[in-house]
Design a protein around this ligand. Structure first.
Ligand code: GLY
Length: 423
């Protein structure tokens, strides 16, 4: 089977690593991929939002399946264009992708279909948004409506900071994505990431994990795309997984299909386990990053049949996936200045060492310069991941590998998994 995987981050490196292990694979093409993925397939320098070039590439390499990694490719309409070209695709259409590309759409969608989530107000101008803060208690949750590369959410402890976040977003910090803001009720509880596959009709839960969103230890500092993950997390009792499936994932799939946009791909349900039960924080229309990294480490089943079944409407023919008994952890090495102003170009050394079969280092934002030197080229640069008999063992391996990697100015959190360890 020929597979074209679209994307260039740590999530896509982890997907490529897992796909490359499939006995079903003949050829893996990565567009554009990254230096860490070069040993797993053929890198093609095509942008993830260049839909026409990606369709042409899929046809050129006779792709049996295209796997969409990032939400930007979903928003660009890649699945829609591939459908026209007759190429099976794992990833939702642009219409279904609104579940991530518009926070206002999703909140209204939840209201229309009775999905549990926090109260909210959608505002197009600063005066309305400032006035709307009256309806909420601190901390204030301010979200840019559109895609903002994981940076569009501010949790503001004070009214002054909330007003600054509103002015920032509506003042153009996120471009068109911030031309509208959503102010939301802050939900109390523990946050979780659950993944569910859907083939347009049938669906199944496909793993879960816990992420650490704040930049620094102790949940301090600005919100990020995610600084580290682990799975399994004790939060995910069978009963909670069942509630999230029944109350959020399945109703969302049914409702989006009823609205004329059947969902094919993975839905990332980010929820708060509140005292009243799970409530939606947000949907994302792709695997989480870096949740995907730990899921791929723990996934025992071959990934490829699940991806293909979603594309072809055959998910009901597959059993639930099987997972290794071990725990998996991922620690993100970020560039100096991340998330506000990441410094590019730091030299990375030590990454190619043999850390053993239980450890994997995925590249998230790297490039090779003309001399072949590996350099930081993004906010989140490396994902150091490990499997261990338990979370403590997995962390020991991951932090041991990290201690051998050098990247001037780079930093990482030292407390990934603290919620599970403190229980
Ligand atoms: N780790 C959170 C995200 O992928 O959005």
């Amino acid at each position: 089977m020929n597979i074209l995987l679209v994307g260039s981050g740590g999530r896509e490196h982890a997907l490529a690593w897992k796909i490359a292990q499939s006995p079903l694979l003949s050829r893996l093409v990565l567009a554009p991929g990254n230096p860490g993925m070069a040993s797993l397939g053929e890198l093609r320098p095509v942008k993830v939002t260049d839909t026409q070039a990606l369709v042409a590439l899929a046809l050129e390499v006779a792709a049996d399946l295209v796997v969409i990694g990032p939400e930007s490719a979903v928003e660009a309409g890649l699945a829609d264009a591939l459908a026209v070209a007759g190429v099976p695709c794992f990833g939702p259409t642009r219409a279904a992708g609104q579940l991530e590309s518009s926070k206002a759409f999703t909140k209204d969608f939840c209201a229309r279909h009775g999905l549990p989530t926090g109260a909210y107000v959608v505002c197009d101008d600063a005066a309305t948004a400032r006035a709307a803060l009256e309806c909420f208690a601190p901390p204030y949750v301010i979200k840019a409506d559109g895609l903002a590369a994981g940076k569009g959410v501010v949790i503001a402890p004070t009214r002054t900071e909330a007003e600054a976040a509103i002015d920032d977003a509506l003042g153009g910090r996120f471009g068109e994505a911030g031309s509208r803001v959503v102010i939301e009720e802050f939900l109390e509880g523990e946050i979780g990431s659950l993944f569910a596959l859907c083939d347009g009709t049938h669906s199944m839960v496909f793993g879960h994990a816990q992420d650490h969103k704040r930049a620094y230890d102790g949940e301090q500092g600005p919100n990020t795309g995610g600084m580290g993950t682990y799975t399994p997390a004790p939060l995910f009792t069978d009963a909670l997984v069942e509630r999230v499936r029944r109350e959020l994932a399945e109703p969302a799939f049914a409702a989006i299909a009823a609205e004329g946009a059947p969902y094919r791909g993975v839905l990332f349900v980010e929820f708060m386990a509140t005292a009243q039960g799970p409530k939606l924080v947000e949907f994302n229309v792709r695997f989480g990053d870096p949740e995907c990294q730990v899921l791929m480490l723990r996934l025992e089943s071959d990934l490829v049949p699940y991806l293909m079944a979603c594309a072809k409407g055959e998910l009901d023919r597959l059993p639930a996936p099987t997972w290794r008994a071990e725990s998996a952890v991922c620690v993100v090495m970020a560039a100096e200045g991340y998330p506000d102003a990441p410094v590019s170009g730091a030299e990375i050394t030590g990454v190619e060492a043999d850390f053993g079969p239980q450890t994997a280092v995925f590249h998230a934002g790297t490039r090779r310069d003309e001399a072949g030197v590996l350099r930081a080229a993004g906010g989140r640069v490396l994902n150091v991941c490990a499997l261990g008999d338990d979370l403590v063992a997995a962390r020991t391996l991951a932090y041991g590998a990290l201690s051998q990697i050098q990247m001037p100015g780079g930093f990482y959190r030292t407390d990934i998994g603290w919620r599970a360890l403190n229980r």
